[in-house]
Ligand binder design. Structure first.
Ligand SMILES: Cc1cc2nc3c(=O)[nH]c(=O)nc-3n(C[C@H](O)[C@H](O)[C@H](O)COP(=O)(O)OP(=O)(O)OC[C@H]3O[C@@H](n4cnc5c(N)ncnc54)[C@H](O)[C@@H]3O)c2cc1C
Length: 488
């Protein structure tokens, strides 16, 4: 049925909130075995702004994300996302590394954070499924974790400095796994490497709008945009309905099964507003801490790569140091920033981003205040563990300068002088934590709410800890697994 203005029926088999990766990949798996007469409703707060609209208007949405929550705590900490059909798939960069095996068992392996209720092996087939569907570019040389499949597309071309890094850090430096195709994949052209990725000029990166419309336009699915879900209705530990606002009216729709895919700010907010109570609901919101360093090179040219983030380094990622300080992953930025001014040396410069895991803190949280019409995101501090990990960037940069012909290193001044990390990695994690123990977690390892068993809370809000790896591949794989687990 696809896009409709109002519900076509009184009760749906499945009601999903949000229309981005978390809901999209759940729907993808759910529809595989749903009967012909199944009925699914997707409620999306934002409007559908097609790619052409986004290019013409030079923005991803007609709703300003920064006005949708109240910022409290650290003034330099932001959260970033897109409100609209397809969510942040409209603006994301597409970096898609898998998490490593130890990312799922931080407590038992390193004595910090929490273990996930599932292992890498549990998620591996679903990683493979999502990579194939998204048309991921990556290398078959990858040896950081076991893989059951090859990447559907070959890796992107690295820059010259990275070729040297790959040679030096054998087995720890790889071309980026990315949802930006290295050659044409279905309807999506090869990445143009122009670096203007939030508004991909050629619609190359995977988005819900360019790759999942078959799923959202399936005859069993109704999608209502401009439908701002306010709360869920419950009765005796069963979710019975979703209440949303559209065009000034409040509408209730009934359902058998519900999935929240509204991201790590709005999932806990909707739940709190619906009367859900749990010590950890809304708490532990976190993401990676990061900063960057620039390197002026001597006689080595840069920027030959074929996409925006060309390579990822795992040389400071896993190991016993994680007992003391956060793991670090490097991202090599092939997007041209400030060029050098010296004649014929404009491209003898490179920028590397250092992305460090931060341990979730209970005090950082999403708060529902009945007097306000939006969530408060109160983020008071990064963990000492994360900040100790970020402090290592000075050593890491020195080490790189021993590997490559570097004549000058320079850092982000905010970090160098005041230890202020980048304001956001745009990864919202941890506010509806998953776990086996209902007293310390809100959902189980299949993302089903511990007491309201017909409610799934999808997305990276469930992450017990936040590895350096970007979260979207993992959260998408979790969604596929959650739908699969419903029927097995
Ligand atoms: C600029 C940018 C770059 C990024 N780059 C990367 C990257 O390279 N790699 C990576 O792994 N991740 C990246 N991310 C993060 C990635 O986009 C998110 O992890 C991912 O989009 C989360 O998917 P989601 O479905 O959980 O939530 P979202 O994409 O945030 O979607 C949530 C959806 O719910 C809707 N919604 C919210 N509230 C309501 C409500 N009350 N009622 C109805 N609908 C509602 C929203 O409109 C939206 O459609 C990036 C993010 C940004 C902003």
């Amino acid at each position: 049925m696809a896009f409709v203005n109002q519900p076509k029926q009184h009760t749906y088999d499945l009601v999903l909130v949000g229309s981005s990766f978390a809901s999209g990949f759940f729907l993808y798996e759910y529809l595989k075995t749903a009967p012909e007469n199944a009925s699914i409703l997707v409620l999306e707060r934002g409007n559908r702004n097609p790619h052409q609209w986004q290019l013409e208007n030079q923005k991803n949405s007609d709703i300003d994300w920064f006005n949708t929550y109240i910022h409290e705590g650290l003034s330099h900490k932001d959260w970033m996302f897109t409100i609209g059909f397809g969510g942040s798939s409209n603006c994301w960069t597409g970096c898609c590394p898998r998490q490593l095996e130890n990312d799922f068992r931080m407590k038992s392996k390193y004595g910090v954070g929490r273990d996930w209720p599932i292992s890498y092996a549990d998620l591996e087939p679903f990683y493979a499924e999502v990579e194939n569907f998204m048309g991921m570019s990556g290398t078959d040389e990858w040896s950081m974790t076991p893989r059951s499949t090859k990447y559907p597309l070959p890796p992107h071309r690295l820059t010259d400095p990275e070729a040297a890094l790959m040679d030096h850090y054998k087995g720890f430096y790889y071309p980026q796994s990315t949802a930006r195709p290295s050659r044409t994949f279905k309807n999506r052209p090869r990445c143009c490497a122009s670096g203007i990725c939030r508004l991909c000029p050629i619609d190359s990166v995977f988005t819900i709008q360019n790759s999942m419309m078959d799923i959202f336009e399936d005859p069993r699915v109704d999608v209502i945009t401009g439908a701002h879900v306010d709360r869920l209705e419950t009765n005796n530990n069963v979710v019975t309905g979703a209440v949303y606002k559209k065009d000034g009216k409040e509408i209730t729709v009934k359902g058998e099964l519900f999935g929240l895919g509204a991201n790590g700010i709005f999932n806990p907010y909707i739940m709190q507003k619906s009367g859900f109570e749990h010590e950890f609901l809304g708490r532990r919101i976190h993401e990676q801490v990061s900063t960057w360093a620039g390197f002026d090179l001597k006689g080595m040219k840069n920027y030959q790569g074929s996409t925006i983030i060309t390579g990822q380094g795992f040389m400071w990622y896993d190991g016993d140091h994680r007992k003391e300080y956060g793991a670090c992953m490097t991202e090599f930025n092939n997007k041209i920033r400030k060029l050098r001014v010296e004649k014929d040396r404009w491209n003898e410069r490179m920028y590397i981003q250092f992305v460090v895991e931060d341990l979730p803190l209970d005090e950082n949280r999403v708060i529902y205040d009945p007097k306000l019409d939006k969530p408060i995101v109160s983020f008071t501090k990064f963990s000492d563990y994360g900040m100790r990990g970020l402090e290592k960037v000075f050593d890491y940069a020195d080490e790189l300068a021993g590997v490559l012909p570097v004549e000058r290193i320079f850092f982000d001044e905010k970090f160098e002088k005041k230890r202020i990390p980048r304001s956001t990695e745009a990864h919202i994690q941890g506010s509806v934590v998953m776990g086996d123990d209902p007293t310390t977690s809100v959902v189980d390892g299949n993302l089903v709410h511990h007491t309201h068993r017909n409610l799934l809370v999808l997305g990276s809000s469930s992450f017990p800890t936040g590895a350096p790896a970007n979260p979207t591949l993992t959260l998408s794989a979790l969604s596929v697994r959650a739908a699969y687990k419903l029927r097995t």
